[in-house]
Design a protein around this ligand. Structure first.
Ligand SMILES: O=C(CO)[C@@H](O)[C@H](O)COP(=O)(O)O
Ligand SMILES: [Co+2]
Length: 231
């Protein structure tokens, strides 16, 4: 994803990104079709290595398989200890945006630069219990900050409101930075996250627990617009 494509995502307004973590992997193609029909504009893919986080998901073959069946941009959330070891393979598989964790690397600016050189958008993620000071001086070459509202590793966890203060703080300091939030986003938490200044909302359980993804996404968009929920 180049800068122009990222800008067009931002200009299109807030977007809900389904996280496939809780989809039916036995019917992946049909799940993606259902999400496309429900108005999805970007898919969020959670890659976990069983080392950086205590959970294991999938890697390049699934990304490549999705790439063959959809033209939707693929936003790949790397919850892995060595993002550079897999970055090129992920891009070759079809990732459009690669987000790595600030906790996983020694030099985030260097990692971001090497990912950028692969021709994709770069995101930097931060877990709720990591001090925000770790982002100081780390945002050069970063297109997006992913503020985790749960500890990375599992779907279905409860929203941590510390993420709202973080979004507010980043939005005030970096008006043009793309901001994404991930974890525990539902009809109660999406409004406050939007009001705090977030652009992209990753949603797993609140979509996949519904029989009708279109209804679930419409409900989340309504809740975002009416800013329901606790602050
Ligand atoms: O990155 C992660 C979890 O580490 C997420 O993308 C989750 O998959 C979101 O799931 P819900 O919290 O919405 O159930
Ligand atoms: Co994620």
């Amino acid at each position: 994803m180049n800068r122009a494509e990222l800008d067009s995502i931002r200009q299109a307004g807030p977007a809900i990104l389904p996280s496939l973590l809780q989809c039916d992997f036995g019917n992946l193609q049909s799940e993606v079709e259902r999400l496309s029909q429900a108005g999805t504009s970007v898919l969020h893919l959670d890659v976990m290595d069983g080392h950086f986080v205590p959970n294991l998901t999938y890697g390049m073959p699934i990304v490549a398989g999705l790439r063959r069946h959809t033209s939707l941009p693929l936003d790949v959330h790397l919850m892995i200890s060595d993002p550079l070891a897999y970055a090129k393979a992920m891009v070759d598989a079809g990732a459009d945006m690669l987000t790595f964790h600030v906790e996983a690397v020694d030099d985030a600016v260097d990692v971001a630069g090497q990912i950028r050189d692969l021709g994709v958008g770069v995101g930097l993620a931060i877990n709720p219990d990591t001090p925000m000071s770790q982002l100081d001086g780390a945002l050069d070459g970063v297109d997006m900050v992913l503020v985790m509202s749960v500890q990375a590793g599992f779907g279905g966890q409860s929203f941590n409101p510390v993420a709202l203060d973080r979004i507010r703080d980043l939005r005030a300091r970096f008006p043009d930075l793309l901001l994404e939030i991930d974890g525990g986003i539902n009809a109660s938490t999406i409004g406050p996250a939007r009001q705090a200044g977030c652009d992209l909302f990753v949603v797993g359980s609140a979509i996949f627990s519904s029989d009708d993804y279109g209804v679930a996404i419409a409900g989340l968009n309504d809740a975002m617009a009416s800013n329901q929920g606790a602050k």
